[in-house]
Design a protein around this ligand. Structure first.
Ligand code: BGC
Length: 756
């Protein structure tokens, strides 16, 4: 495609028209210039290709496809290679169907367990979200198919998602919400970005120039296309100017006409329109020029892959000697989800699975003694005593009861948020009743987001399958019977109760506005800072073997801010079964000037270890691993001081620690003036010398030596009260030798010293 030539030959009307979809899933063809239409399709946990033009969600069935585990599950694998493999399979499916871009991955931060779309999102931690989505993007795009990382930015709730104004401070944006996208955008270069519906700090994301152009393109170097979420356009002309290239779906020409009028009236230059058109043409060309001629989509192979991915993702939360199940035991298989699994979420990511394998399907015919009882109905949350009674009777007759519980579709979906964090009452009651007759109870959960677990201490085993895709049953079978060693870990905290969550008082907000008052203290960053009990911490996940951590090494014990250090740790499998361990590396600052999380995840690796095997796992930590975002400096800053480098099996199971000291110059960001405090001058020799005459003239400091004072006052107390005192206080409290002129002289000198 000669893009420049095509662009030059296009009329204003043709150009404006290309900037919105023809229908729900295609851009318009420009027949006179041989530009074909371009198809996008939902996913991202499979292909939700709609063949009817104007169908959005649910009006007709999408094509039969393979439903892979949702992002809530795949994130728990912590496995970049696995996500890459998933991406490759999806890319291949897109090529087979002629789809140029799959709409995902979705990387929004799990701010509250109540967000209806958490099942589509990866983590409460931005490193996990950006690294794993990046690996998936690379996989899809290696097949010459685009991705659309979404929803940029802060679509962290479904309540009023199209209009809500999310008030987020700059530090939280930088450290948490931007960061989830930043790594993936910089490293994996998605072909497209989808902007979200909501406003951020008062501005609709679809017309947020600072974020769509300033941040995404100028700072992060993104050079792809930005499309709107479906119907997210507020003011098309403002959007175009802000960097929103493509409006999806179409707007029956209404918004195209707005663009034409704006160009004609000189409200926007034609060059701005050309820029968007050029990006759209480039995207089409990128796909068309490398479009695969013949691709085989082997659905059965992808069904197998879906099961394997789930096996690597499920998290064993608790095991008091009950798992793996003994193949000779009589097992009561309780709960509807054993036969009819809940394996995906509702809304735009819903896949028309071509086949589903349940636990019952997978276990059948393998010689086990299994007794099934449905236990509950998930179409409504009503207690059905008859179903519970049958389940209790089955449990009585067996050696162990495995209860397949979870959140029904009605409880979590795109489009609305959860009302509470509980399982349906009928399921909690079922578990309690079974526990009365059977001491060996295992709960297998299918849900997209944490649930409260009133029975946690009484059951012997808990498996978190998340939403495990269409082959979840094979994974459940292999994991429960120990054919596969569990190796997933939680990419989010499971709090004891909803009220413990940091966003509890500000979710979903009021009057179309939500204030992220917890700042950077999201998920474990909050629970750790508050030393709170949680049901299961971030990074937690058990195995049927045991891992030992030793020999944590750092390449330097002292470093200057900005230098990188290498960290390595030996991890051994000291049990009898081969397995995979997710090694987590945290950095914990000791510095106390800035309010910071106790520890933050700065690296993770999943390693396969045979029984008895040891491997050395290595990480590199750069400046960002130690930095926080300083809003006055408008940059990443490293405080001088000690930092613990911690390697562990979860955020609350740190196994080995090494302290390093970082030397960093003090950063002066504010000009000195009479309102600068004494403590602003401390810690720097030259500044301390400058301030000495003011300090010396201060009566409170120098009245009498400490020991001779009548009040019980210590030097420490004097230092503590003087520190925050502004210099101008010396006018009243000093000995009269320092006046305003003298203070100005001193502060001018200080400013000159630091170029302020
Ligand atoms: C969702 C997107 C989705 C789009 C197209 C929107 O409502 O927020 O995630 O890709 O619809 O179906």
């Amino acid at each position: 495609m000669d893009i420049k030539k095509i662009l030059k030959g296009m009329t204003l009307e043709e150009k404006a028209s290309l900037c919105s979809g023809r229908d729900f899933w295609h851009t318009k063809a420009v027949k006179s210039r041989n530009v074909p239409e371009f198809e996008v399709s939902d996913g991202p946990h499979g292909l939700r290709r709609q063949t009817l033009k104007d169908d959005h969600i649910g009006a007709s069935e999408s094509i039969k496809a393979v439903c892979f585990p949702a992002a809530c599950a795949t994130a728990a694998s912590f496995d970049r290679n696995l996500l890459n493999k998933l991406g490759k399979a999806l890319g291949n499916e897109c090529q087979a169907e002629g789809v140029g871009t799959i709409l995902g991955p979705a990387v929004n931060i799990k701010r509250s367990p109540l967000c209806g779309r958490n099942f589509e999102y990866f983590s409460e931690d931005p490193l996990v979200a950006s690294e794993l989505s990046g690996a998936m993007i690379k996989g899809v795009q290696s097949k010459n198919v685009g991705t659309s990382i979404k929803h940029f930015l802060a679509n962290n709730q479904e309540t009023r998602r199209q209009t809500v104004n999310e008030i987020i401070d700059e530090r939280a944006l930088r450290e948490i919400y931007f960061a989830a996208f930043e790594g993936a955008v910089k490293d994996a270069a998605p072909w497209t970005v989808m902007c979200s519906y909501n406003k951020v700090n008062g501005i609709h994301m679809s017309e947020n120039k600072r974020l769509l152009t300033g941040l995404l393109r100028d700072e992060w170097g993104f050079d792809g296309l930005v499309m709107s979420d479906w119907g997210a356009v507020n003011n098309r002309v403002l959007g175009l100017d802000a960097g929103l290239d493509l409006e999806m779906p179409g707007s029956y020409g209404i918004n195209d006409r707005e663009i034409i009028a704006a160009v004609k009236e000189g409200r926007i230059s034609e060059a701005v329109l050309d820029r968007a058109v050029e990006r759209i043409l480039k995207l089409i060309d990128k796909f068309e020029s490398r479009r695969a001629k013949t691709v085989k989509w082997d659905k059965d192979a992808d069904h197998e892959l879906a099961g394997k991915i789930e096996e690597e993702s499920a998290v064993l939360l608790k095991n008091e000697g009950v798992l793996p199940l003994d193949k000779n035991d009589a097992i009561a298989v309780i709960g509807k989800y054993a036969k009819n699994p809940r394996f995906q979420g509702g809304g735009s990511s819903h896949i028309n699975a071509f086949k589903v394998t349940s636990f019952w399907d997978a276990a059948k015919g393998k010689g086990h003694e299994l007794l099934y009882a449905q236990g509950f109905d998930d179409s409504k949350d009503e207690i059905d005593r008859a179903l519970i009674l049958k389940a209790v009777n089955a449990a009585k007759k067996c050696d162990v009861a495995v209860i397949f519980a979870g959140l029904p579709d009605l409880f979590e979906s795109e489009g609305y948020d959860r009302k509470h964090m509980r399982l349906p009452d009928c399921q909690n009651l079922l578990i309690e009743e079974v526990l009365k007759v059977q001491p060996n109870v295992v709960v297998v959960l299918s849900n997209g987001s944490p649930v409260e677990m009133p029975w946690k201490d009484d059951v012997k085993g808990i498996f978190e399958m998340y939403l495990g895709g269409q082959n979840v049953g094979t994974a459940e079978y292999n994991l429960l019977f120990g054919k596969t060693n569990p190796s997933g870990k939680l990419p989010e905290t499971f709090p004891v109760k909803l009220e413990d969550n940091p966003s509890f008082l500000n979710f979903p907000g009021a009057n179309d506005c939500v204030v992220y008052s917890e700042g950077v203290f999201v998920g474990y960053r909050y629970y750790d800072a508050k030393k709170m009990d949680v049901n299961f911490p971030f990074g937690h996940g058990l195995s049927y073997t045991t891992y030992k951590y030793a020999n944590l090494k750092v390449s330097k014990r002292k470093l200057k801010a900005g230098e990188t250090i290498e960290v390595s740790v030996d991890v051994s499998n000291i049990g009898r079964m081969a397995g995979k361990e997710i090694v987590q590396l945290y950095v914990a600052p000791h510095t106390n000037g800035i309010s910071r999380p106790v520890r933050e995840l700065k690296g993770f690796e999943k390693v396969a270890l045979k029984a008895g095997e040891t491997k050395t796992v290595s990480f590199t930590l750069d400046k960002r691993a130690f930095a926080y975002f300083d809003t006055q400096q408008n940059d990443w800053c490293v405080e001088p001081g000690d930092y613990d480098i911690e390697a562990g099996a979860s955020s609350r199971d740190i196994r080995v620690v090494k302290k390093v000291n970082v030397d960093s110059p003090r950063v002066f960001r504010k000009r000195f003036d009479e309102n600068s405090t004494f403590s602003d001058f401390l810690g720097d020799e030259k500044l301390e010398a400058l301030i000495k005459p003011v300090f010396d003239s201060h009566r409170h400091v120098n009245d009498k030596p400490v020991g001779e004072r009548s009040e019980a006052i210590s030097q420490e107390m004097i230092d503590a009260t003087c520190g925050p005192t502004p210099l101008r206080a010396v006018i009243g409290f000093g000995d009269g030798t320092i006046d305003h002129e003298k203070l100005k002289e001193i502060t001018d000198k200080a400013n000159a010293m630091f170029g302020l």
